[in-house]
Design a protein around this ligand. Structure first.
Ligand code: GAR
Length: 214
């Protein structure tokens, strides 16, 4: 069987991209593409010998023109999967439809709570006891779409935004490679608007925070 390939889209630091590269997935990362020429992750990808490209959104008159150029760059690599890893542009419906069922995103909250930006600050302000991250297939509404996998972390007393972000990020780096691996192995599909994982394991325990003392 031909080796599967992934294109990763980033806008900044690229730590999730790096987690995908470190995971030794049974797929080729064909390219890392950024809308931001300054994205730190581009250097990391280059240093690993991965093809990089910049499609600078500021060079285009509107979202449709940017998305068309981005799609053209992606399609040169004929990827099986397009993984958004801290890609901070809103995508048009036409772009999302083009990659239906093979476009994934990671978001730093337990969706559907806290879509959009500043998720950790808003979680602290809301006083939630449990926070986390979500990998999902992308559909036209921002930060929504069929959920593939989530990881929860406790919000601890006195947490700063940075402490909470770091606790969540460590989980992002676990669940994103896992979701991509399932997809590459053919175990994960978008079906009737839901993410279906073959052989999905079941954990009946509830996650509770603060932990009850026995
Ligand atoms: C990550 O926390 C990711 O979940 C978030 O941006 C950060 C990028 O960090 N994505 C979103 O907020 C998407 N709506 P990274 O560049 O180090 O992976």
């Amino acid at each position: 069987m031909a080796e599967k390939s992934v294109v990763i889209l980033i806008s900044g630091r690229g730590s999730n991209m790096q987690a995908l590269l470190d995971a030794r997935l049974p797929a080729r990362v064909a390219a890392v593409i950024s809308n931001n020429p300054q994205a730190r992750g581009l250097g990391v990808a280059k240093a690993r010998g991965i093809a990089t490209a910049v499609v600078d959104h500021r060079a285009f008159p509107d979202r449709a023109a940017f998305d068309a150029a981005l799609a053209q760059e992606i399609d040169r690599h004929r990827p099986d999967l397009v993984a958004l890893a801290g890609f901070m542009r809103i995508l048009t419906e036409a772009f999302i439809e083009r990659y239906r069922g093979r476009l994934m995103n990671i978001h730093p909250s337990l969706l559907p709570a806290f879509t959009g930006l500043d998720t950790h600050r808003r979680a602290l302000a809301a006083g939630v006891r449990i926070h986390g991250c979500t990998v999902h297939f992308v559909t036209p509404a921002v930060d929504s779409g069929p959920i593939i996998v989530q990881a929860a972390v406790a919000v601890l007393p006195g947490d700063t935004e940075e402490q909470l972000a770091a606790r969540v990020l460590a989980q992002e780096h676990r669940i994103y490679p896992q979701a991509v691996r399932w997809f590459i192995e053919g175990k994960l599909k978008l079906e009737d608007g839901r993410a279906r994982i073959d052989g999905e394991c079941r954990f009946p325990e509830a996650v509770v925070s603060p932990l009850a003392r026995r």
